[in-house]
Ligand binder design. Structure first.
Ligand code: HPA
Length: 311
């Protein structure tokens, strides 16, 4: 198999570096902003935004609430840590190839990034996890990966890449530790953060109740349409990976279905029928919670970056 030599790494890196001052050429931390979370950019000093459209090999994010730029700058107290932030990510459901979705992650690794912090908006499957909670991801279930939609399918990026990447310890224990320490230092309160398993679905449809129930029964705590391709590429590139999921909604999984048969039988027997309103999830709801909690996510990420720099 030929390597993925069509990836224009040299061109991409040259273009990016040509737009940056020397001090930002080697970012140590990479951050991916999820839906409604691009205000993470406010954590960056001396910011330089490079639109995806001007970077060879980059796709365009088309989702409302997502921007389309790489932001370079310094995060944290003192001199600050050089960082690169993806303002807006790419999803397979937008029609991007999986190799395009993960290309920015591979570029970050080539720029010098060692630690990757990925944020996203997710729905809660676990009833004990409330809307607004930030879930520190400890593992994942990726049905698309198991059924032929794995971003690492195909020729390897280069001969030095592992063919069979182990994922038993994909989520960096040391970075997760820093996340909880950071929350403690920020006095966020014990309920602000949880630990859990992320289920990746391709979207763009939200889950049916039966699908939500299946994922919950399979052991997933939250579900979302992003992140896992980035995690896989990050691990393949040798990065330490941390995933923070902001719960923006509860996945609609009624304990009991509305029974049309019971309603008809009650109607025929002349009894009153109690009709329940059907619940649905909306992207507006997802963006609203993202906006409300963006400040907490920003302080948390900032503090984690600070702890990484001191470690
Ligand atoms: N399902 C899938 N993806 C999501 C959800 C959800 O309920 N909320 C935010 N992203």
């Amino acid at each position: 198999l030929a390597a993925q030599s069509d990836l224009p790494f040299e061109e991409t890196l040259a273009k990016i570096r040509s737009l940056l001052p020397e001090k930002l050429h080697r970012p140590q931390v990479g951050i991916v902003c999820g839906s409604g979370l691009h205000t993470l950019a406010a954590a960056i000093r001396d910011i330089i935004e490079v639109p995806y459209a001007s970077i060879p090999g980059f796709g365009k994010s088309t989702v409302p609430g997502h921007k389309s730029a790489l932001a370079f700058g310094l995060i944290g107290p003192g001199e600050g840590v050089p960082a690169v932030v993806m303002l807006g990510r790419l999803h397979p459901y937008e029609g991007h190839k999986l190799s395009t979705v993960v290309y920015p992650i591979r570029v970050m690794a080539r720029l010098g990034v060692k630690n990757l912090i990925i944020t996203n908006a997710a729905g809660a499957l676990n009833k004990d996890i409330a809307v607004g909670t930030i879930v520190v991801i400890q593992d994942h279930i990726a049905l698309p990966n198991l059924t032929g939609m794995n971003p690492l399918l195909g020729p390897p990026v280069g001969p030095e890449y592992p063919r069979f990447l182990p994922l038993s310890a994909a989520y960096s224990a040391s970075l997760r530790r820093l996340a909880f320490l950071a929350a403690h230092k920020l006095q966020l309160g014990r309920d602000a953060l949880a630990e859990g398993v992320y289920a990746w679905v391709s979207g763009p449809t939200y889950e049916t109740p039966a699908e939500g129930r299946m994922l919950r029964n399979a052991g997933a705590d939250v579900v979302g349409m992003s992140t896992i391709p980035e995690v896989l590429a990050g691990k393949e590139e040798g990065l330490e990976v941390l995933v923070l999921s902001l719960v923006t909604n509860m996945v609609v999984i009624p304990d009991k279905y509305r029974s049309i048969r019971e309603e008809v039988e009650a109607e025929l027997a002349g009894k009153a029928v109690a009709r329940r309103a059907e619940e649905v999830v909306s992207h507006e709801e997802v963006l609203l919670i993202g906006k409300q909690k963006a400040e907490v996510m920003k302080s948390l990420v900032e503090k984690i970056v600070d702890l990484i720099a001191r470690a």
